[in-house]
Design a protein. Structure first.
Length: 458
């Protein structure tokens, strides 16, 4: 190998070294601060010095024209090895610079990602928490959100949730911690104690809400009692009220809407109790009162004692009022049974027996017996009691006795009963009798049978 070839080779190597060095100068200047901690800048300067020394040695070698060929060849080999070694060092430096730049870029990206993550993880208040924790509320103070406890704040409990400015930690764990705290338990106890209502308040609210609807149903039940109608038709009249769109009827037609038979019975009982109390207050204001008694047997063969009361209105300065007082079921018609029933009624209604001044009966022997009659028994407890035989009953008895004194009146009864039997035995004769009354412009009436009973039936 000639010297010129070696020279060209070393020259080429030197040019590559310088080109690589020039390309990396700018990069080395940029990361000089980062590489200063690792000592890489000093290594690069030393390599530059070695390269300059190598160039000088090569030039000195080629200036010697009388050098030994073997020495030149050895020198050439050493020069090649040195050139390759220095070139490898330069490439390593370049790779190290690239790695440092990549590390710097990676750190910058990591920093930006961390900042983004911090922004995403900013905790915010969720309205759904209020469903699980009904005491929770949000307070916004400018850009800052805080949480407070309604119960603790109302009851003025110490702490940030109560008297304080609020909890700044917008976390569900903070809410759970407060929910388990003694302060919150104290606040909740005070809250529910203050909000708790008495039973009277609940009943009052319920009555106010359904008052008008209940009154409407009570009016229907009162109509049945006033007209002496069967209460079994109460549900039917309620259905009619719904069909006619009566105002203030219950919204729903079910068992709890006061439109069933049991509700109608309760209404009748309640109205009866109210009227009884009101009547008693009027009787108590009267200075005196009197009783009127009569007994009767219904179609169920049960004997009842009917009691009416007469008293003065307006504390004795008003008119005399006569009102129905009681219907008493008795086992038999004996005087003692009737006396016990009357005394129990007076005691139950808390009537003053001393104010009883008069009693009127139907004239039965159990009523007017001189020794063991009802009036005689009452007179032992009320000495000033005045007994009166009912005028209406006395009139009926007098007419019956008069009819027995005139035989013609008995004949009239016989003819009237035969007419009744002749007409009622045939529908054709009954129709002809109705037509005859219509042609004679006489009010159409049904023929009744005259019964031979104690009281007047004419």
């Amino acid at each position: 190998m000639s010297q010129k070839t070696l020279f060209d080779a070393f020259k080429k190597v030197g040019m590559q070294k310088k080109r690589v060095s020039n390309e990396n100068v700018s990069n080395l200047n940029l990361v000089d601060a980062l590489l200063s901690n690792e000592g890489n800048t000093c290594t690069y300067d030393e390599e530059i010095i070695h390269m300059h020394a190598f160039d000088l040695n090569v030039e000195a070698t080629f200036e010697d024209d009388h050098g030994n060929a073997l020495s030149n060849e050895i020198l050439n080999v050493e020069m090649q090895d040195a050139a390759h070694e220095h070139l490898h060092v330069i490439e390593n430096d370049n790779e190290h610079v690239q790695n440092n730049l990549a590390s710097v870029s990676s750190q910058a990206n990591d920093a930006s990602k961390c900042s983004e993550m911090r922004k995403v993880k900013v905790r915010k208040y969720k309205r759904t928490w209020e469903t699980e924790f009904p005491f929770l509320k949000l307070i916004v103070d400018g850009d800052e959100e805080k949480m407070k406890c309604i119960w603790c704040e109302t009851c003025k409990i110490d702490g940030p949730w109560g008297k304080g400015n609020g909890c700044k930690s917008i976390m569900k764990g903070a809410i759970r911690k407060h929910n388990r705290s003694l302060e919150h338990k104290l606040g909740s106890a005070k809250w529910f104690s203050a909000r708790g209502k008495k039973m009277e308040d609940h009943v009052s609210n319920l009555n106010d809400r359904n008052k008008t609807r209940i009154i409407t149903c009570m009016k229907l039940a009162y109509f049945f009692g006033k007209q002496d109608m069967a209460l079994t038709k109460y549900e039917a009249i309620c259905d009619l009220a719904y069909a006619l769109d009566v105002k203030d009827m219950p919204l729903r037609k079910d068992y709890s809407s006061y439109t069933n038979l049991m509700a109608g019975k309760d209404f009748i009982t309640s109205i009866s109790n109210y009227l009884e109390v009101e009547q008693k207050s009027l009787v108590d204001k009267s200075p005196f009162y009197a009783l009127m008694l009569d007994e009767s047997t219904d179609r169920a063969l049960e004997k009842h004692l009917i009691v009416y009361i007469s008293f003065l209105d307006k504390e004795g300065y008003g008119v005399c009022n006569v009102q129905f007082l009681k219907l008493i079921l008795v086992q038999d018609g004996y005087a003692q049974t009737k006396f016990d029933a009357i005394m129990n009624m007076i005691s139950h209604m808390h009537l003053d027996l001393r104010k009883l001044v008069g009693i009127s009966t139907d004239g039965d022997s159990s009523m007017l017996g001189c020794r063991d009659g009802l009036v005689a028994k009452l007179s032992r407890h009320v000495p000033h009691l005045i007994s009166v035989h009912c005028v209406a009953h006395r009139e009926a008895l007098a007419i019956i006795d008069a009819c027995k004194s005139f035989p013609c009146l008995s004949y009239i009864d016989k003819i009237a009963n035969k007419i009744y039997s002749w007409i009622s035995a045939s529908t054709v004769r009954h129709t002809d009798f109705q037509k005859l009354l219509e042609e004679m412009n006489i009010q159409i009436l049904e023929v009744l049978q005259i019964c031979d009973v104690r009281w007047l039936a004419r």
